[in-house]
Design a protein around this ligand. Structure first.
Ligand SMILES: Cc1cc2nc3c(=O)[nH]c(=O)nc-3n(C[C@H](O)[C@H](O)[C@H](O)COP(=O)(O)OP(=O)(O)OC[C@H]3O[C@@H](n4cnc5c(N)ncnc54)[C@H](O)[C@@H]3O)c2cc1C
Length: 454
């Protein structure tokens, strides 16, 4: 106890209050900073702690679903915000939806009832990575204020902080001209899951001209590059550049990138086309496909015009257009340890959406872990990472180990959990049964970890 350090939590949204309350429960002194109402974000409407900025749903409560598992683990730890959600639930079928005003009121109540937490209503604009007396939990969210984002960029390097999320357009499968396109796997390796839209040289030139001159969505003030306030220097991870930006880098950049035709023999010609756009099945029903690598920042009308120049999509109906929206998050795979500390500056921890998790519940879960870990460190102990088999551990494993180039924030899904052992997989064909076993296994691992941690 003699080594106890102070904990500074930045952000009074979802992850921050949970982190502060968990650390305080473990005997730590916490300073909790929230910039609202002095300064707000584009999405927040109130000055409340734990504001749900959009929907009021904390996702599925169906037994043995991945979001249910995450919540069950959180309940077993005693997540304060999840308890507030449970107490303020409104009818929503199989989902946990809450009365958002009542939810925030309860969160505020718990914070003010905690004598170890001191609230500071001010914007934090600098981070002291070398202060040995303080541990910082940065939970300032996807709309982190520009000054703090610039400060984080100083600590992490410019390539490691993204300000935008990219979404590819989706096309209605019934509107694709199947006579013009073909299924193929590159070099016939694996199954032919992708639909390929083949271009001739002339078609490619026409498409490039339209793409590079199409009108982009104007960045709103709050979406502009935090450090400079300009939209010209949008900060994308190289793995998910908008397609028009890639196209502007050179006439052939797309042909050697997302429109690469090599190994995709067109059965009609017996040759590789000049370029292709690949369509990937979006759902199990196979009634929609997304355009691989076609995230973009163009106006919807412009997308409709330009994407119809793709052979086979002349009469396509787009179910969703590409988008890029403000979402500040770090490149966790290169920056974070499994205990949510910056590798280069272990006194600074990152939690919530800023760490690369996606969603309300995931953000609370990440705050919960940051609270537990920071309390252990403040008490002079080595924090034990959440077990890999659990939903919490799998989410952290994803953000800290994801394929680095294309890292994007993720919700909890079974894809993130380790699969069952092979003999069980072979024996059990029913997906629901498999998920149940994965949940049982996760909860067992979680209980063991909890017994060692709390
Ligand atoms: C517009 C929008 C809609 C979303 N809708 C949904 C949805 O419907 N469902 C869902 O599951 N997820 C949604 N998300 C994603 C995500 O779940 C939420 O953003 C969630 O609130 C993230 O929690 P957080 O604690 O990481 O950040 P936040 O809840 O945003 O909390 C961060 C807090 O830090 C404060 N802050 C920022 N900078 C500073 C600073 N310099 N100093 C002090 N305080 C600061 C902010 O004011 C804020 O209160 C949405 C995100 C956005 C941007």
């Amino acid at each position: 106890m003699s080594q106890m350090r102070k904990i500074k939590v930045i952000g009074g949204g979802l992850a921050g209050p949970e982190a502060a309350l968990q650390a305080a429960k473990r005997g730590c002194t916490v300073d909790l900073y929230e910039m609202r109402p002095t300064r707000s974000t584009e999405a927040h409407q109130t000055d409340d702690f734990g504001e749900l900025v959009c929907s009021n749903s904390l996702k599925s409560e169906s037994e043995n679903s991945a979001p249910w598992l995450l919540k069950q683990e959180m309940r077993r730890v005693g997540s304060v915000l999840l308890a507030a959600a449970d107490a303020t639930a409104v009818p929503a079928g199989h989902a946990l939806a809450v009365d958002r005003v009542e939810f925030s009121r309860r969160v505020a109540e718990r914070i003010s009832a905690e004598p170890r937490i001191t609230v500071h209503r001010e914007e934090v604009t600098s981070l002291d990575e070398n202060d040995p007396t303080t541990l910082t939990v940065l939970a300032s969210g996807p709309l982190t204020s520009p000054a703090l984002a610039a400060e984080l960029q100083r600590l992490t390097g410019s390539d490691h902080l993204a300000f935008y999320d990219s979404i590819s357009p989706i096309v209605d499968a019934t509107t694709i001209d199947m006579d013009k396109v073909y299924f193929a796997a590159r070099y016939d390796k694996g199954t032919a899951d992708y639909i390929n839209c083949p271009f001739t040289k002339e078609e490619y030139d026409r498409f490039m001209e339209a793409l590079t001159t199409a009108e982009a969505v104007e960045a709103k003030d709050w979406e502009k590059f935090p450090a400079t306030g300009t939209a010209e220097k949008l900060q994308y991870f190289e793995g998910c550049l908008p397609i028009e930006e890639t196209a502007r880098r050179g006439r052939d950049t797309l042909r050697f990138g997302p429109m690469k035709p090599v190994g995709l023999t067109d059965p009609k010609t017996g040759r590789w086309p000049y370029a292709v756009v690949q369509l990937r099945q979006e759902n199990l029903r196979a009634d929609s496909y997304n355009l691989v690598g076609f995230q973009n920042h163009l106006k919807y009308g412009e997308q409709n015009r330009v994407l119809k120049l793709i052979p086979g999509l002349e009469n396509a109906t787009f179910l969703r257009y590409g988008q890029i929206h403000r979402n500040t998050y770090i490149h966790a795979p290169s920056l974070l340890t499994e205990t949510l500390q910056l590798k280069a500056h272990p006194n600074i921890m990152i939690a919530g959406q800023l760490s690369g998790v996606e969603g309300y519940t995931e953000s609370i879960a990440s705050g919960m872990l940051a609270g537990i870990y920071s309390a252990a460190i403040a008490n002079g102990e080595a924090p034990a990472p959440a077990p890999r088999l659990s939903a919490n551990g799998s989410l952290t494993h994803y953000i800290t180990h994801a394929e680095t180039k294309k890292f994007q924030p993720a919700n909890i899904t079974f894809d993130l959990l380790p699969p069952l052992e092979e003999d069980l997989r072979k024996k059990i064909r029913d997906k629901k049964e498999r998920h149940k076993l994965q949940c049982d296994r996760a909860l067992n691992a979680w209980e063991t970890w909890l017994a060692q941690t709390s």
